[in-house]
Design a protein around this ligand. Structure first.
Ligand code: MG
Length: 346
């Protein structure tokens, strides 16, 4: 079959001539031939599939530069690339959703003194050496303004404690702009660890929830985790700063493969002697009835999300939930130290 006019190709690909001219201008779909005298574009019949792929990717919102990359790949690798793109979109949407919720809450005046939504919390915290390690480098903290876990590593024994104490010093008694106070506190924690250890072989993870009246915010770096049990569903609020999570995000590893990956403990971010960046800080919208779990990898590394959810659902009180979770970790061999905090919003 010969070349098609732009009108015939538009009908075959179910795209408008205007869209085809635009794709040509953008370099996404060049016509097979352009008449040098009158500029008429002509297309080969086998370009129809390419044209449809471009249209679908445009509908997906994929940036033009990335569409060019996807169109140049063989189908299986193009599929991986689309999946990786969509994971990024979802992560970005999730982050923006939380910001939007915060702004709605803030602008609607719900955090004004006239209509306070005071958060009251009930909490319990513990750490446990486990059954294999000969010392405990994890730390846990719970008080009226802060919940935190940290998982220290390297030769320095108490980096986890150092980080949490620095965070707690700054967050206690700082009403009002929680987020600002927490950013400063997160920087203090990073500075305290950097001063305490002068090498990047020693350091700590840090995952914390801080609240002030109705506001709640999350501090995170490393692979300890914060979970939320809401309406019977367990949601992981933090993103592991690990090499394997990085590979999963890039579509180079599946979550199942990651579970048994030999390098799953390698952190890409943590507080250590050479770390210059403070932990991430972001707001979180809490609701009465929420139950939060903060834990180190000594817990989430051996218990499945289902086992964690079931334990959190079964135990009514935070202290029995904490004890129940540590018992489960022991039943699974407790190969690592454990830090665990459970808190209920009343
Ligand atoms: Mg650990």
């Amino acid at each position: 079959m010969g070349l098609l006019t732009i009108g015939a190709f538009a009908r075959a690909s179910r795209l408008s001539p205007k869209a085809l001219r635009r794709y040509d201008e953008l370099g996404l779909l060049r016509p097979a031939h352009v008449d040098p005298h009158n500029g008429y574009r002509r297309y080969a019949p086998e370009q129809v599939e390419h044209a449809r792929l471009v249209a679908w990717l445009r509908r997906l919102g994929m940036p033009l530069a990335r569409i060019k990359v996807v169109c140049a790949l063989p189908p299986a690798r193009a599929a991986d690339e689309v999946a990786a793109y969509w994971r990024e979109v979802e992560a970005d949407t999730e982050a923006r959703r939380e910001l939007a919720e915060f702004l709605v809450h803030h602008l609607s005046g719900k955090d004004e003194p006239m209509a306070p939504t005071q958060l009251t919390l009930r909490y319990a915290a513990t750490t446990d050496r486990g059954l294999v390690r000969d010392q405990n480098q994890d730390a846990a903290w719970a008080d009226h303004g802060l919940l935190a876990v940290a998982d220290g590593f390297g030769a320095a024994a108490d980096t986890a404690d150092t980080a949490i104490r620095a965070l707690a010093t700054r967050t206690s008694g700082s009403p009002g702009a929680l987020l600002d106070a927490l950013r400063a506190a997160a920087q203090d924690a990073a500075d305290a660890v950097r001063q305490a250890v002068n090498e990047d072989e020693a350091g700590t993870t840090l995952t914390a929830l801080a609240w002030s009246d109705s506001e709640l915010a999350l501090v995170h770096v490393g692979d300890s985790r914060a979970y939320l049990l809401r309406d019977g569903e367990l949601l992981q609020l933090t993103h592991d700063d690990t090499l394997v999570q990085h590979l999963i995000d890039e579509g180079k590893l599946t979550a199942e493969e990651a579970e048994s990956h030999p390098q799953r403990a390698i952190l890409v971010r943590a507080l250590h002697g050479a770390a210059t960046e403070p932990p991430d800080v972001r707001t979180h919208q809490a609701r009465p009835g929420d139950r939060y779990l903060l834990c180190s990898d000594g817990l989430h590394g051996v218990l499945s999300p289902t086992a964690i959810r079931d334990a959190l659902t079964t135990h009514r009180e935070p202290d029995t939930a904490v004890r129940g979770l540590v018992e489960l970790v022991h039943s699974a061999g407790a190969p690592d130290n454990v830090a665990c905090v459970v808190a209920d919003v009343l």
